[in-house]
Structures are given as C-alpha cells and as structure tokens.
Design a binder for this molecule. Structure first.
Ligand SMILES: [Zn+2]
Length: 187
C-alpha cells in the first residue's frame, strides 16, 4: 500500500468537495496491518461528509472504523458467513456445522432476540447446515443480520456517550466487550 499516494488522492478529492467518500483498497488478507498503516487516510473526511469503507467487515473492524468517525457500512460478511454456517454471537463466533452442536438443544445465542434464536435450536440449525437445506442459510442470515444491527447500535451508543469534546474517545471497549456487555438484552 502506498500511503503517500492515498493521502494525495484524498487531498484532491477534498478540494472537489464531495458530499461523501468511499474508502476502498483495504487488504482483506492482512486486515490488521492495513488498518494500522492507513489510520490517517481511513479517518472520516473532515467536514461531516459521509464516509463508506468498502467491504468492512468483522465486528473488530467496525469498532476500529467507528472510532475514526465512520458510521456507514456495506459488507457481505453477515450473510455470506451465514450461508457457510459461520455465526456471530455475543460470546464469539461459532461454526454451526461442528459436531458439538449435533445434540445442543439450546438457542444459537441466548442473548439474541432474533426470530432464529427465539424459535430454533443449535441442533436444528446444525442439521440444516449439514443437510444443505436452504432454510439453514435463511435462518442463519436472519440471526447474523440481527447481530450486526445490535452490534452497530451498541457502537453508536458508545460513540454518542463516550467521545470527548475534541472528538477523541476517552475509553472504548474492545469488540469482545461490546459484544458481551453493550448489546441490548433479549426480551
Ligand atoms: Zn439470533
């Protein structure tokens, strides 16, 4: 990645004065390195314009981006991972296809209030995934999308209450803590 070229590009784009900016070129293969190397360029453009990072991402990436003032996301991750049986929960990610879920009659995520978690067990989702049933992909997608909505809402609450007057955060919980402590409880 050529950080200086990215800076120059952003500078010129700011001169034009668009209403919003798409931030692309994030290396998925080496995400952490890319984030830290490009923290300046990835910061939301000054002036309140919209900033949309392309293909972001994991809950951890979202926390990183929100800390830099980005509040709009578009990514296939929740649904693509759902179709492959990778599910996001408050206590971490799980692969529903794993044998340990074969006889697990508990809900996918006890803290989640989504349709899937309220009506189906891990064992049933495991069966659907193993059998290649499309219903599994749909139920998994419902859960992952619900999880992302909860998670980003928790980020927004933290942003509105945790930022200091100069816009910098005083303290920000890790993605793991946001998953576990800051999500609204299921009702
Ligand atoms: Zn759920």
């Amino acid at each position: 990645m050529y950080e200086d070229l990215r800076e120059r590009s952003l500078e010129r784009l700011r001169e034009i004065g668009y209403d919003g900016y798409a931030l692309g070129g994030l290396s998925v293969a080496n995400r952490r390195k890319t984030w830290s190397a490009s923290s300046t360029t990835w910061a939301a453009p000054a002036g309140g314009q919209a900033a949309l990072p392309d293909g972001v991402g994991t809950p951890e990436d979202i926390v990183f981006a929100v800390q830099r003032g980005i509040d709009m996301f578009d990514c296939v991750m929740p649904t693509r991972n759902a179709r492959h049986g990778l599910l996001f929960t408050g206590s971490g990610d799980l692969r529903i296809k794993n044998a340990r879920f074969k006889a697990d009659t508990g809900p996918l995520d006890p803290e989640c209030g989504c349709y899937t978690c309220r009506h189906y067990s891990r064992a049933y989702l495991h069966h659907l995934q193993r059998s290649g049933e499309m219903l599994g992909a749909r139920l998994n997608s419902i859960h992952n999308l619900h999880f992302y909505q909860d998670f980003t809402a928790a980020c927004a609450r933290r942003w509105s209450t945790g930022a200091s007057p100069n816009g910098r955060r005083r303290s920000w919980p890790s993605a793991v803590n946001l998953r576990q402590r800051d999500r609204p409880r299921a009702v």
